[in-house]
Unconditional design. Structure first.
Length: 281
């Protein structure tokens, strides 16, 4: 049974349509990754599915119910989202930030219960940030801060976690650390993970299901064998890619690529200038 899916979803800003007639099913208890050039609607789709922004038409259905009809706190007990550039109030300690994940469960004056404190400590322990509990978030490195944000999402105790480019601004080691943590959460706790990634090889390595977008529409959705192909990457990114095998995972990976010249790559999406250059390796 699929818990989460969209049906003919249209999302836009003003008169401009960003996501067009998009229908997709999100596999339950798997890691799904959304890839595509800049400006193709990846983050917009994530925001609409999590009800941060409204759609113009179509539906997002979770557990058989349109999310627009769901109570806000009830929805927050089912799904958590880590935005692309999360911001916290200056001066917060790690423990205070992670406690915000308990908001959907608080009543009255919002005081933390023993259950809340236990969940916060558990989230800190799972993400390896327990030693930072009383340290200022501002004093942490980028990688440490990202772990703390994930701890806050875990403290929300949702079965579904959305992350918009969780490896942005991190070096290679910290990127791998974050992705391995998410993989561990999926495998050991069966959390459904949906994230936007720019790095195609990271997407292929960690995702069970990949959704390739271009101009607000799905070009291909499936496992990495189905999506990480020369034909799909050509259509999505306008690149001539050489596909090989990751010697450690045996999954397909992009070994190298050239831009396809002589075609107007930005005809349909003028805001996606330099989009192909965002395919990092």
């Amino acid at each position: 049974m699929v818990r989460l899916y969209t049906n003919e979803l249209n999302i836009g800003y003003g008169e401009r349509l960003i996501v067009k007639n998009l229908s997709v099913q999100i596999p339950d208890r798997k890691i799904s990754t959304i890839i595509g050039p800049n400006g193709c609607g990846k983050s917009t789709l994530l925001k609409a599915i999590t009800r941060i922004i409204p759609q113009q038409s179509g539906t997002v259905v979770l557990d058989g119910k349109d999310i627009l009809q769901e109570n806000t706190k009830a929805l927050a007990k089912k799904m958590a989202i880590l935005p692309q550039t999360p911001e916290s109030a200056s001066g917060l300690t790690v423990g205070e930030l992670v406690s915000y994940g308990r908001f959907p469960y608080q009543k009255g004056f919002g005081r933390l219960t023993k259950k809340d404190m236990d969940v916060i400590d558990w989230a800190l322990e799972v993400t390896g940030t327990g030693d930072f509990k009383y340290r200022s978030v501002d004093a942490l490195s980028g990688g440490q801060r990202q772990h703390v944000w994930i701890a806050m999402a875990l403290a929300q105790e949702t079965e579904i976690i959305f992350l918009d480019e969780p490896t942005t601004y991190l070096d290679m080691a910290h990127q791998l650390e974050v992705l391995e943590l998410l993989q561990k959460l999926n495998r050991e706790q069966e959390r459904t993970i949906i994230m936007v990634l720019h790095d195609l090889n990271q997407a292929a390595r960690f995702a069970d299901y990949i959704i390739a977008l271009k101009d607000g529409q799905i070009v291909k959705a499936g496992n990495c064998e189905q999506v990480m192909t020369h034909e799909v990457l050509k259509k999505v990114f306008q690149i001539d890619a050489e596909i090989g095998r990751d010697p450690r995972t045996n999954k397909p990976m992009c070994m190298t690529y050239n831009l396809i010249k002589g075609e107007n790559m930005y005809e349909e999406n003028p805001d996606a200038v330099y989009s192909t250059l965002s395919v990092n390796y």
